[in-house]
Design a protein around this ligand. Structure first.
Ligand SMILES: Nc1nc2c(ncn2[C@@H]2O[C@H](COP(=O)(O)OP(=O)(O)OP(=O)(O)O)[C@@H](O)[C@H]2O)c(=O)[nH]1
Ligand SMILES: [Mg+2]
Length: 303
């Protein structure tokens, strides 16, 4: 009689990407998933809620959480709420990946991150992102300085999220840190968040891309309805909330052309992620209280 082989144990866990605004956390999530799930912008504070992505490979499943950027001194009620939620999230995850832009590696605003993580008992990894922007000879002294000044990292991984360099190395360093246990999601799940919410992020990304710096911070996008047609396409309706009528006019643009451009960009992103055609309809509404509504209904659901 031969013994049947033991079933291969599965591993699964929650991995949090933490870093200051603009470090490249959302780009890293997208690079691992191989698709554009999280909104990316050159303007800081793009991400307002933790965006999750599910990466399943072999026997391992990682729930990746792309967090809002850590702020030294949050000002508004919205910023303060986001930062409190961020610290609460840190307590619930299995692994922390600190994401740092190599160009700002030892700036003051990064220090709060190192101080916070030095106290952490769970595995903490350091990603040095955007290595495509510096000379290789500048990297070695930086690595040495990290090892000397902040010796608590389980591993330091220099990579480029944008160029998708060394992403496999990061995944292989995360894997041994994950607990053994059943998967938390189905094998083909993309995210733990509803697609209707992720779709609002695609629209917000396009608004950040096309409009003047001032406007994006004065708006929110919420999901209104999502209808799947028999031919597999989706009819998606969203509302863009602004707090003043002048922002509504900027969003609409001349003869509604700006809103049309924004909608077309978001529609294309969504169609790529979903793998089927999308018809996206955007409405702009004015509500001076939209930030309060957003805090009451986090996750971007319609107020
Ligand atoms: N050159 C280069 N640029 C990158 C890389 N990764 C991200 N970026 C750029 O850095 C900017 C910020 O990227 P995001 O991914 O939005 O950064 P984030 O950390 O999620 O920012 P917040 O959500 O605001 O906290 C964008 O313009 C990205 O294209 C990289 O590896 N190389
Ligand atoms: Mg982000």
């Amino acid at each position: 009689m031969t013994d049947a082989p033991l079933p291969c144990p599965t591993q699964s866990g929650i991995v949090l990407f933490l870093g200051v605004p603009n470090a490249g956390k959302s780009s890293l999530l997208n690079a691992i998933l191989g698709l554009k799930l999280a909104a990316v912008s050159h303007k800081p504070n793009m991400t307002r809620f933790c965006i999750t992505g599910v990466h399943t490979e072999g026997t391992t499943q990682m729930i990746l959480m792309d967090a809002p950027g850590m702020m030294q001194s949050p000002q508004s009620l919205m910023e303060k709420t986001i930062q409190t939620h961020l610290k609460q999230t840190l307590a619930t995850v299995d692994v922390v990946v600190a994401v740092v832009d190599v160009n700002t590696a030892f700036h003051d605003r990064e220090r709060q991150l190192y101080t916070l993580l030095a106290r952490e008992t769970k595995p903490v990894l350091l990603v040095l992102n955007k290595i495509d922007t510096i000379k290789k000879t500048d990297l070695l002294p930086m690595l040495a300085r990290y090892q000397q000044e902040t010796p608590f990292w389980k591993a330091i991984i220099p990579l480029s999220a944008q160029k998708r360099q060394s992403i496999d190395r990061l995944l292989s360093e995360i894997k041994p840190c994950l607990p053994t246990g059943p998967w938390l999601c189905a094998e083909d799940d993309l995210s733990t968040l509803p697609m209707s919410f992720l779709a609002t992020e695609a629209t917000r990304e396009q608004i950040y891309k096309h409009l003047h710096d001032e406007v994006p911070y004065h708006l929110n996008v919420t999901a209104e309805s999502w209808e799947t047609k028999r031919d597999g396409s989706a009819i998606v309706r969203q509302i863009v909330w602004v707090d003043q009528d002048r922002y509504r006019r900027i969003l609409l643009g001349h003869k509604g052309q700006m809103l049309k451009t924004i909608g077309e960009g978001a529609r294309q992103t969504l169609a790529r992620v979903l793998g089927h055609p999308v018809h996206l309809f955007l409405t702009v509404m004015v509500d001076p209280e939209w930030t309060k509504q957003m805090l009451l209904t986090p996750g971007g659901t319609a107020p």
